[in-house]
Ligand binder design. Structure first.
Ligand SMILES: [Zn+2]
Ligand SMILES: [Zn+2]
Ligand SMILES: [Zn+2]
Length: 168
């Protein structure tokens, strides 16, 4: 069952949104017979802290506390696992990660990325991917990976910008 999250840029019950995402991740891992270890789950939770892209460095800082230091390879292995199982996406232009609202399957998506608040909106409409694939075919080009990342301002940031108010 695909998750149907509220549009991230609008106010919504994010506690519900992130707990749904974590429950879905548990189900996917159980179905695949892979283990969502404590560290993996913690990393996923932090990524689902909101809809903004998170850098590995920030995850490292948030996971390390007084008397607890987490080493970078631990984080990278957890991220690798979450990527492999389709639970998160890597935003290449930011070198950061976001939770996938329709996790567990292979899909090519497009990302709208706000340059002010880093919110990432995932579009899963197949039309864009198909249009690119068709163009590629007409050039005799074989696609191995499609990454479409679109930068700009999200709705609320654009509205604030229009009012001339400073960004948060
Ligand atoms: Zn949310
Ligand atoms: Zn996705
Ligand atoms: Zn924004």
């Amino acid at each position: 069952m695909p998750l149907m999250p509220a549009k991230p840029e609008y106010p919504h019950d994010h506690a519900q949104c992130s707990s749904d995402a974590l429950a879905e991740a548990q189900r996917i891992c159980a179905r695949r017979g892979v283990r969502l270890t404590e560290t993996r789950q913690k990393v996923l939770e932090l990524i689902w802290g909101d809809h903004a892209a998170v850098k590995a460095y920030d995850l490292l800082e948030q996971l390390s506390g007084p008397g607890r230091s987490v080493r970078p390879p631990t984080i990278y292995r957890a991220l690798e696992f979450l990527l492999e199982n389709g639970l998160i996406h890597r935003i290449e232009s930011l070198n950061a990660y976001v939770g996938c609202p329709q996790p567990g399957g292979q899909h090519s998506s497009q990302f709208l990325i706000c340059d002010t608040c880093s919110i990432v909106i995932e579009l899963t409409g197949a039309d864009v991917a198909r249009a690119v694939a068709d163009e590629a075919t007409s050039h005799g080009f074989e696609i191995t990976r499609q990454t479409i990342e679109v930068h700009g301002l999200c709705g609320p940031c654009a509205a604030r910008h229009a009012e001339g108010a400073p960004a948060p």
